[in-house]
Design a protein around this ligand. Structure first.
Ligand SMILES: NC(=O)c1ccc[n+]([C@@H]2O[C@H](COP(=O)([O-])OP(=O)(O)OC[C@H]3O[C@@H](n4cnc5c(N)ncnc54)[C@H](O)[C@@H]3O)[C@@H](O)[C@H]2O)c1
Length: 346
């Protein structure tokens, strides 16, 4: 039995990972740390709160004293760091907290790993550290050796953290790995991100705000496939290595929006084009050859099935997302898509 510290487990991917891991490895103990920012929802973890192999601790990964105390208590075998400020638009509004959590928080977690026995550490990173690819070169993909070339304060903070992780490997011999994944979708996804936002607005017959002309291309992966990849890397990956994770499923934003409209039987007249994001990346596309060849990972969920499962989840779990969009998030939404674009989207 291993004790695994999962940070950011009240968020989208961390929450899915907690559910996945407790199901697949019921012998392990999961200790989840989360600061519960606007993006963290304890309701995501409600069904595991009474599991004897699960503990939730409200804690900031930058709180060195609190983190060290927890390591002393729990003596973890593995740390998987999902916790991050993760929304590009918010990083453009206010970069400071991104540097604090994504870089300083990563350093704090790794310092604790060094202090308490050179603990195995996995950093959940993103394909956004590679910048973007041109729309007219479908032959180009990000590999693990593609140079870091970031566009936003968010991706820069994630890239800074990645550099620090590799430095801890080289300097201190900390047993680390990094995964860089493409865009995820699935249950428990915060409704400020493209897919859940479009599903929620469609269900409420509200306008669907699409940046620019909606031509930006993202490479979508069902969140459970990402969780499986991380689990494999932590168990069988080589320390000091980076693994790209992606499913070769590139789609333009506008095509995703149209697909959701069709699945929900709504009308395309709901689409409203809004001013493009500053520095908006054009195309992301991952080459996952390394994780396939070395660890045998392949995505299992086709997009056509994954999007249906996701829409069903949002239909079956209305209270989860309705609570979120009725609260503090409303003010942010009005600022981003309302005032500046003369719209009234919720
Ligand atoms: N969502 C994607 O498509 C995607 C793709 C590739 C990589 N990633 C990476 O995966 C990780 C998880 O992303 P997500 O989409 O689940 O994010 P999210 O915003 O849904 O969740 C982040 C969680 O971290 C918590 N958190 C934030 N600051 C914290 C702090 N200082 N201390 C403790 N907890 C804190 C939040 O409360 C929240 O629960 C991130 O590191 C992100 O960069 C995300």
């Amino acid at each position: 039995m291993s004790t695994i510290i999962v940070t950011g487990g009240a968020g989208f991917i961390g929450g899915n990972f907690v559910h996945y891991h407790l199901k697949e490895h019921p012998e392990d103990r999961i200790v989840c740390i989360d600061k519960l920012t606007y993006a963290g929802n304890l309701s995501t973890l409600a069904s595991v709160m009474n599991n004897p192999n699960f503990r939730f601790v409200k804690l900031d990964i930058c709180d060195r004293e609190g983190i060290f105390k927890l390591f002393e208590e729990e003596k973890p075998d593995v740390v998987i760091n999902f916790a991050a400020e993760s929304h590009v638009d918010r990083s453009i509004e206010d970069p400071g907290i991104f540097l604090q959590t994504n870089i300083m928080g990563t350093a704090t977690m790794m310092d604790a790993c060094r202090e308490y026995g050179n603990i195995r550490y996995h950093q959940v990173s993103t394909d956004e550290v590679y910048g973007d690819l041109p729309l007219d070169r479908p032959d180009l993909f990000f590999t693990e050796t593609t140079p870091i070339h970031t566009s936003s304060p968010y991706s820069s903070s994630k890239a800074g953290a990645d550099l620090l992780v590799m430095a801890y490997f080289r300097t201190y011999g900390l047993p680390v790995t990094i995964s860089r994944c493409s865009n995820n979708y699935g249950p428990y996804h915060f409704p400020e991100k493209l897919i859940p936002l479009m599903i929620a607005n469609c269900l409420n017959d509200k306008p669907l705000p699409v940046y620019g002309e909606g031509k930006n291309v993202r490479d979508w992966l069902y969140v459970e496939d990402h969780c499986k990849a991380i689990d494999l890397i932590v168990r069988n990956g080589s320390v000091g290595e980076v693994y790209n994770v992606g499913g070769h499923n590139e789609m333009a934003n506008i095509d995703i929006v149209k697909l959701i409209i069709k699945e929900l039987g709504k009308d395309e007249s709901l689409i409203t084009y809004v001013t493009d994001r500053k520095g908006h990346d054009l195309r992301y596309a991952i080459d996952p050859t390394k994780i396939h060849n070395e660890l045998g990972w392949l995505p299992e969920t086709k997009f056509a099935d994954g999007i249906k499962k996701t829409i069903k989840w949002y239909l079956d779990n209305r209270s989860w997302w309705e609570e979120i969009i009725s609260g503090e998030y409303q003010k942010y939404y009005d600022k981003m898509y309302g005032d500046s674009n003369n719209g009234d989207y919720l």
